[in-house]
Design a protein around this ligand. Structure first.
Ligand code: PLP
Length: 228
């Protein structure tokens, strides 16, 4: 028997309901169909995460009858897609350079939008991944605080591939401590009140460490089709 279009795995509701109400569940739907998004929406999900701008735009066009979705861009963003990202997403989790932040800020000003942003940070060294390391971030904070259109209010951190349980905890607690240290510096605009931590394999640890947003794909929807 083939499943109906967009049918959800039986664990979907159980996982969704296990997330504390104080934590925002972002359902990661990259490579998944709009039928799947509709099915999740019908179960009450309102926050969706996509990793590619073009893919998300196509889906949003299809879903324009669902007005109250909050769209999160969670994948890395090239400067040349910044305009589309500002136009089509409420949240951008992957701000990983001053140049990108400045570009987003300028576009947000032009378009009169206020994108909510997370800085993607590397708490432990992780060469293949994008993100600001701690020294870079420290040096950039005063300039990031000057940006008037972006609302920088979160940190996103992802543990290195294959990290031990201890390292995963170090990364998540490290992100939380970093947020506290940024807030103690008393910047005028920059204030961190969101921690985007945790994916299918580690979200329970992330929540225990203080995550306010978790980004879940596989555990909600099953294995994704291979990317094209
Ligand atoms: C794909 C992706 C997720 C979801 O991953 P799962 O392991 O399927 O939960 C979360 N965050 C980012 C940045 C991703 O690219």
């Amino acid at each position: 028997m083939t499943a109906a279009p967009g049918a959800l795995p039986e664990q979907f509701d159980r996982i969704r309901q296990s997330i504390p109400s104080t934590v925002t569940l972002i359902a990661v739907t990259k490579f998944l169909s709009v039928d799947t998004i509709r099915a999740a929406y019908s179960r009450g999900v309102r926050h969706f995460g996509e990793s590619r701008v073009q893919e998300a735009i196509a889906k949003q066009a299809d879903l324009s009858d669902l007005p109250d979705i909050t769209w999160h861009l969670i994948g890395s963003l090239q400067t040349n897609k910044a305009r589309k990202a500002v136009e089509h997403f409420d949240w951008i989790h992957s701000v990983d350079s001053l140049k990108l932040a400045q570009r987003l800020d300028a576009i947000a000003g032009e378009l009169n939008r206020v994108p909510q942003c997370c800085l993607q940070v590397k708490i432990v060294p992780d060469p293949p991944k994008s993100g600001l390391d701690l020294a870079e971030l420290d040096a950039l904070l005063p300039e990031l605080d000057q940006l008037t259109h972006l609302k920088i209010r979160g940190l996103m951190a992802i543990p290195p591939q294959g990290a031990s349980a201890a390292t995963v905890r170090d990364v998540f607690f490290g992100a939380r401590g970093l947020g506290d240290r940024i807030n103690q510096q008393g910047f005028s605009r920059l204030h961190i009140d969101q921690l985007s931590l945790g994916m299918s394999g580690d979200y329970q640890v992330a929540i225990a460490c203080g995550a306010t947003m978790v980004r879940l794909g596989t555990i909600l929807f099953g294995a994704r089709p291979p990317s094209a």
